[in-house]
Design a protein around this ligand. Structure first.
Ligand code: BGC
Length: 530
């Protein structure tokens, strides 16, 4: 169990704010920092402990801000440094921690370093901050190796003088060469800049990608240009342990995090960092949270699991077994801005929402910390954004797969778009569905049976079990019902087709109505056992 003196993040509930879609204060159709600040009380009332804010730095926005051109500034689209300070002050006053996104794997093509690299000759120190290489074949016309971009297509683009540069994501996101000490030094300064301003931590984007195999050798078992979409990569994460990936999860990344840990430890207030590392196994995930490395790593295993008691039990067991030896606490997450929202993944409609609520209640019963994605407290589903409104580079590089459907702005109030997200009459950056009036925050706060009220109640109840400890026992998880005991709290999640019996005790909370004393299918319950 976390010691009484355990740091705040160890069992915190984080709420991910996707800045462009949370709240627009100036009427340009895009969310911004003052919009977040004016809704911090909402987050406090919902009952979360911390807010993770996606990138708000200057950027040409080719990948919604994950293409940073200046790591210590604020894009005027989102506000100013003064707005960051206001946000931090207000959040801290309300007792909320604030985590910002750090994007160290790549810069934007508009970053001063990349511009300088394009102006400098091959072999120059300016080029050495990135991964420029000559091509293969006659005239160097073929890319230096067979690596694919996560966003589809080859991971290399060619520049005016014939050299190629590596980009594991969009062509506008050139990968940095982390074996160059200048790169590490720059990011040390970036970390210090935001820590000095008062942020409580960082979410490390693509944390498993910074170090590449030094030789940049071909990936075995892959044809050149073969697409490796996030969904493929994620879907095969656990099953394909033997896959050859010279670009991901290389031993060298851990030196970087050891050095960041030393830096973070020079600050007071339990500053933390969480790795976004799509690793293949729970064991490799756990390597990022060894005592001298990062504090947390996203555990994507649950998010990738099907609706199945046995699969959930495997994930819980695998996760806890992996983090226990390194003394870390697990994290849990069901949705974020890169994946299909979980009610839709679970089939959509009434059943999808029932399952999503049950999965959430189960997740919130587990030890460690949980990450929520904005809008999940409203039960929002993935939106089928029409092709003409699509913005995600993945959509364009793959011709048909994209993440915009999870990024549609938050509906706050009212009966039609933009539902209080922005000033009336404003067109939001992604269209908001016509039938969201019943899903707005205002509508759901009035309804004790709404998904919003359920999240608020669950977060409140979770605080009552804060001392329940970190040891869990999987009582059942072989067939259709998952039953997990954690101290005085037992969570039961019915993934099967028939009502299930609850263990003796007092029912604290359920994700949906009970059927007499029985737990209906697609429903979870917390039971306090004597
Ligand atoms: C972020 C994505 C982004 C990618 C490249 C990810 O893992 O979450 O939204 O497109 O990194 O920065």
């Amino acid at each position: 169990m976390p010691a009484p003196s355990a740091p705040w993040w160890r069992d915190a509930v984080f709420y991910q704010v996707y800045v462009r879609s949370f709240a627009d204060s100036d009427g340009d159709g895009l969310g911004d920092l003052p919009g977040i600040t004016s809704h911090l009380r909402y987050l406090r009332d919902l009952g979360v402990d911390a807010v993770w804010i996606t990138p708000f730095y200057p950027s040409p926005q080719h990948d919604a801000g994950y293409d940073v051109s200046d790591y210590t500034g604020v894009d005027p689209l989102f506000g100013s440094l003064g707005d960051v300070d206001d946000l931090l002050t207000r959040a801290h006053r309300l007792g909320l921690k604030v985590v910002v996104d750090l994007v160290p794997n790549h810069t934007s093509v508009e970053h001063a370093w990349f511009r300088a690299a394009l102006d400098a000759p091959a072999g120059s120190p300016e080029r050495a901050r990135y991964l420029f290489r000559p091509g293969k074949g006659r005239g160097g016309a073929r890319p230096p190796n067979n690596w694919s971009s996560v966003f589809g297509g080859p991971a290399w683009s060619r520049i005016h003088d014939g050299q190629w540069y590596l980009h594991l994501f969009d062509a506008t996101q050139p990968d940095l060469d982390w074996s160059n000490p200048e790169v590490a030094a720059m990011f040390d300064d970036v970390l210090r800049f935001w820590l000095d301003r008062g942020v409580d931590g960082f979410r490390i984007d693509v944390a498993h990608g910074l170090a590449k195999d030094r030789s940049l050798r071909n990936q075995r078992g892959r044809r050149s240009g073969e697409t490796d979409l996030p969904s493929d990569r994620q879907g095969s994460m656990v099953e394909r342990r033997d896959v050859d990936e010279p670009m991901w999860d290389q031993p060298g990344v851990h030196d970087i995090y050891r050095s960041w840990r030393r830096l973070l430890d020079t600050y007071d207030g339990d500053r933390m960092a969480v790795a976004e590392a799509w690793t293949r196994t729970p064991e490799s995930m756990a390597r990022y949270v060894r005592p001298d490395e990062l504090h947390q790593a996203f555990n994507f295993a649950w998010l990738l699991a099907p609706w199945s008691a046995a699969a959930f039990a495997d994930v819980i067991r695998g996760t806890l077994d992996a983090v226990r030896p390194v003394g870390a606490a697990p994290t849990w997450v069901l949705s974020n801005h890169d994946v299909v929202r979980h009610p839709t993944r679970y089939g959509g409609g009434h059943r999808g929402l029932a399952r999503a609520r049950a999965a959430t209640l189960t997740m919130l019963a587990l030890p460690g910390s949980a990450y929520l994605y904005q809008g999940e407290e409203l039960g929002l589903e993935e939106v089928d954004v029409p092709p003409e409104f699509r913005q995600d580079p993945v959509w364009f590089r793959t011709g048909g797969v994209g993440r915009d459907g999870a990024r549609v702005p938050m509906p706050w109030r009212g009966t039609h778009s933009p539902y209080g997200f922005s000033r009336a009459g404003t067109t939001p950056w992604l269209p908001m569905p016509d039938d969201w009036a019943r899903l707005t925050v205002a509508a759901q706060r009035r309804d004790p049976a709404s998904t919003w009220s359920f999240y608020r109640d669950a977060l409140r109840a979770r605080r009552r079990f804060a001392d329940a400890g970190e040891d869990v026992e999987i009582v059942d998880g072989r067939a259709t019902v998952l039953e997990v005991r954690r101290g005085p709290l037992t969570v039961v999640c019915n993934c099967g087709p028939r009502p299930a019996r609850l263990p003796p005790g007092t029912v604290v909370l359920t994700s949906g109505p009970l059927d007499g004393h029985l737990l209906p299918p697609d429903t979870a319950a917390w039971v306090a056992c004597a």
